[in-house]
Design a protein around this ligand. Structure first.
Ligand code: NAG
Ligand code: CU
Ligand code: ZN
Length: 174
């Protein structure tokens, strides 16, 4: 009987380890209204956060706001993806700020050829089930720099004053 209980407990622990080790991955294929901007971005859930890697082409050189928006709806282009993913009703901020939207991933930086290489680890967004899960929502790249809430503009604390939406894509299961 004791052996049986020990066996069941061990089996249970093993299942737990296997389930937790299962990596969740996602992919975004970016589209832009005028086809000028494109790119593919991959997301991998780790125990230290979500690792985001990829490349965006066709941007103007410099910084571009990079966010998760709330809806995975491209029926009206990037406009219908709604505002920044914000399940906890906070202000817009920098990725390392306590007061940020869950979707606030800061800026990506394009070189003089218009290519932005992305290598970000974020501890707030998640590919696991729960309030911060981003699957089915959208990634949006903006025309301008995200001021991370510090610019003092009317829209600094809502959008980071990052300007128009130059490309977007739905976060899909990989
Ligand atoms: C992606 O964008 C770049 C820069 O605008 C362009 O040169 C390239 O042809 C595009 N690639 C595709 C597959 O559309
Ligand atoms: Cu945005
Ligand atoms: Zn935001």
């Amino acid at each position: 009987m004791i052996m049986f209980i020990v066996f069941i407990v061990l089996l249970f622990n093993l299942m737990n380890v296997l389930l937790k080790k299962k990596t969740n991955e996602a992919i975004v294929v970016l589209v832009s209204p005028d086809q000028a901007v494109n790119g593919t971005i991959k997301f991998k859930q780790t125990d230290d956060g979500v690792v985001i890697e990829g490349e965006v082409l066709g941007l103007t050189p410099g910084k571009h706001g990079f966010h998760v928006h709330g809806k995975g709806d491209l029926s009206d282009g990037c406009t219908s993806t709604g505002s920044h993913f914000n399940p906890f009703n906070k202000d817009h901020g920098s990725p390392d700020s306590e007061n940020r939207h869950v979707g606030d991933l800061g800026n990506i930086v394009a070189d003089d050829k218009g290519v932005a290489k992305i290598q970000i680890t974020d501890k707030i967004i998640s590919l696991r089930s729960g309030d911060t899960n981003i699957l089915g929502r959208a990634i949006v790249v903006h025309s301008g720099e995200d001021d991370l809430g510090r610019g003092g503009h009317d829209d600094s604390l809502t959008t980071g004053h990052a300007g128009g939406r130059v490309a977007c894509g739905i976060i899909g299961i990989l």
